[in-house]
Design a protein around this ligand. Structure first.
Ligand SMILES: [Zn+2]
Length: 215
């Protein structure tokens, strides 16, 4: 689940100096950047393919900025989301105001059906046969997008399978049959065979819960 990768990631705001041409002279200017490319690499490593067409907002996190404010707001959103997940994990309840927030934010997204490959001319009978359709979510910002994903986990009634590892503090999805997993996969004990089984079960569950997102 992308929301868990997001909650687990360590975002850093770094200060950099860039050269700016001002008239005839080159000046050094201070800028702020997020370790965004590391985050994209992490998403990729977790098997989440990012479709940039439906995520125009990603460009905002990749760009450098003259001040920290935007990135600080982004990090406060991560803190807010972590505290929502903490409550869900620890109390096994979704408070009413959280429930309402999730639905309100998710309503700011637009479900969309896209054709693959993109259609650029009239469609004939044989052309239609060759097309594949995919469901995808368009959002104004990452906040709405991730709340939409959380709503998806709620609607398939898997939300109380989200766990927080007591050893490393990472969030993970409990895909075990009995739903009693305590530690994250990195610390999952047992035989190698059990681990492999666990891992393939995980992928199946993830595919089901994120069915309406671009892969
Ligand atoms: Zn752990």
């Amino acid at each position: 689940l992308e929301i868990l990768v997001f909650a687990n990631f360590d975002f850093e705001i770094n200060q950099i100096a860039i050269r700016v041409l001002s008239g005839e002279t080159i000046q050094m200017e201070e800028r702020f950047v997020l370790n965004w490319s590391d985050y994209l690499a992490k998403l990729n490593a977790e098997g989440i393919t990012v479709d940039t067409q439906s995520r125009q907002f990603f460009a905002r996190y990749a760009a450098s900025r003259p001040d920290r404010e935007f990135f600080q707001d982004f990090k406060s959103f991560q803190t807010e989301l972590r505290s929502i997940l903490d409550t869900i994990c620890e109390t096994k309840t979704i408070p009413l105001e959280t429930w309402q927030l999730i639905f309100r934010e998710a309503a700011k997204t637009h479900p969309k059906i896209v054709a693959i490959p993109a259609v650029t001319r009239e469609i004939t009978e044989s052309g239609l046969r060759e097309l594949v359709f995919d469901r995808c979510v368009e959002a104004e910002n990452y906040r709405a997008f991730l709340f939409r994903e959380l709503l998806g986990v709620i609607t398939v009634k898997n939300v109380f399978r989200i766990r927080k590892c007591p050893r490393c503090g990472k969030y993970f999805f409990d895909n075990s049959k009995n739903g009693r997993r305590v530690y994250c996969s990195a610390e999952f004990g047992g035989s190698r065979k059990a681990e492999e089984k666990e891992s393939s079960e995980k992928h199946q569950t993830l595919d089901q819960t994120s069915f309406d997102f671009c892969r």
